[in-house]
Design a protein around this ligand. Structure first.
Ligand code: FAD
Length: 451
């Protein structure tokens, strides 16, 4: 067994999964996390924050033997339930295949399952309350600080992985090195989490609404979504502009203002949200950022997950993509002759894919907040699903490629663009046929009238 040592900075979703993989591949693993140990708060009551896991994430969890443990509490979401301002909500399936669904899972339960699995490996050490403060790339050395006690130490390893999230300190250190390309783009929208509690009665009790759907209230420039939790509640996320008038966090500040605004803009949600005013006032506004950078590796140091590619959450793919990174890195380390060559192979396999899902996630915001409420969008989805039923091998809709397959993101993006061209051709041909039919009918009418 190899005695190679890896130091993973960050025990979030990607860092914990990578620890499991590398420990089982024979590495001595040290994971260092800035926060305190979440296992100490395991049974603390609190509201669920969830995220959607789909094919890529499930594949990576299966590889770690964690699919059943995580998916047993997941709630399937087979489509979007779109809530207009007036009238009944309408269901739009995600796929022509009704067995396909994305899955709502608790973020903290997922992190705990991964952390438990990592800590159960005899060759893994996890240390909490230590923040990565700096990285020495030449020595492969990381300096950590305990902010509560002021204690500091350095650690080194054969491989250092920055799995420390969107505001990564490891990436921050890379930014100070030469020829490191970096861009960071904040969205003009922020987000705030709200809550729909379980109900005692009703057609979906304990759920207040259909549980097997991702609920969307598309409102053009803004939207609210809601994902179900196993206890019957929903976690709602409001995506509003930071600034400006109307639906913005600058314009609607107090709980009372929020209630009044919701009565106009999300009227069917208000009776389901008894703590709306308090939640709105109490819960913070989060920012969303797209981070692109290159290279992801320098010497024996690599970035993974959000540290390498923070993306906006509108395709539900950030964690899924991070899990794919873990698979790609461990595969490269298993086959390449040296750590340095493995890291180069890993970044070659992943950077273009990360940029592709970053682009698609930004575009999906417009689809979710605006297009899902339009008749043209519903027709486009119907045509896509019909073409997929007729030609399942050649026409696969983009949503299916991203969420229900493990086709590389860059290939999915290119095939999605091809699909759009094919649909435009279908629309032109259908329009041509319709015009021809109308013309023939008119000619027949004129002839009939003349004879
Ligand atoms: C509102 C929202 C909704 C989302 N919904 C989805 C979804 O539905 N599906 C999906 O796939 N993805 C979703 N995502 C994205 C997903 O949360 C991230 O992609 C995922 O958490 C990335 O995992 P990570 O391990 O790279 O980073 P993180 O999970 O952020 O973990 C990073 C870890 O590093 C630690 N850390 C940070 N700095 C340091 C330091 N200096 N030293 C030591 N440790 C440090 C942190 O404390 C943390 O534990 C969503 C994101 C947001 C914001």
């Amino acid at each position: 067994m190899s005695s190679r040592r890896v130091l993973i900075v960050g025990a979030g979703l990607a860092g914990s999964l990578l620890a499991v993989y590398l420990a089982r591949a024979g590495w001595q693993v040290e994971v260092v996390e800035r926060r305190s140990d979440p296992r100490a708060r395991r049974f603390a009551a609190g509201r669920s924050i969830n995220l959607a896991i789909s094919a890529r994430g499930i594949k990576a969890l299966r590889r770690a033997g964690l699919e059943d443990a995580v998916m047993k509490d997941a709630i399937r979401m087979g489509g979007r339930m779109v809530h207009p301002v007036e009238g009944a909500a309408g269901y739009q399936p995600y796929s022509a295949d009704p067995t396909r669904a994305i899955n709502s899972v608790s973020r903290s339960a997922l992190n705990l399952a991964l952390l438990d699995a990592a800590a159960a490996e005899p060759n893994v050490t996890v240390r909490f309350d230590e923040r990565c403060a700096s990285v020495d790339f030449a020595k492969g050395e990381v300096a950590f600080v305990n902010d509560a006690t002021g204690a500091s130490r350095t650690a080194s390893a054969d491989l250092v992985v920055g799995a420390d999230g969107a505001y990564s300190a490891v990436r921050g250190a890379l930014q100070k090195t030469e020829r490191f390309d970096y861009s960071q783009e904040f969205l003009g929208h922020g987000y705030k989490e709200l809550h729909i509690p379980p109900v005692a009665t009703g057609p979906h009790a304990p759920f207040a609404m259909e549980p097997n759907a991702l609920h969307i209230w598309p409102r053009g420039e803004s939207m609210m979504i809601a994902l179900p939790n196993p206890d019957g509640s929903f976690t709602c996320t409001l995506f509003w502009r930071h600034d400006g008038a109307g639906s913005s966090f600058a314009a609607v500040k107090s709980g009372a203002d929020a209630l009044a605004h919701f009565r106009k803009v999300y009227p069917d949600a208000v009776p389901l949200m008894p703590t709306l005013a308090e939640d709105f006032e109490r819960n913070p506004v989060g920012s969303m950022v797209t981070v692109r950078c290159s290279p992801w590796t320098r010497g024996r140091v690599a970035l993974i997950g959000d540290a390498a590619h923070a993306i906006v959450p509108f395709y539900g793919q950030g964690a899924n993509a991070s899990f794919e990174d873990c698979e790609a890195l461990v595969d490269a380390l298993a086959t390449a002759p040296s750590v340095e060559e493995a890291l180069k192979a890993y970044e070659r396999a992943r950077i273009a894919n990360a940029n592709a899902i970053a682009d698609m996630a930004l575009r999906n915001f417009i689809e979710m907040r605006d297009l899902t409420g339009r008749a043209s969008f519903k027709w486009k989805k119907k045509i896509e699903h019909a073409l997929n039923r007729i030609m399942p091998a050649t026409f696969v809709p983009l949503y299916d490629l991203v969420s229900f397959s493990t086709v590389p993101y860059s290939e999915a993006k290119a095939r999605g663009a091809g699909n759009d061209r094919a649909i435009r051709r279908v629309a032109v041909v259908a329009f041509g046929i319709a015009v021809a039919v109308v013309a023939i009918a008119m000619v027949a009418l004129v002839r009939g009238a003349a004879s």
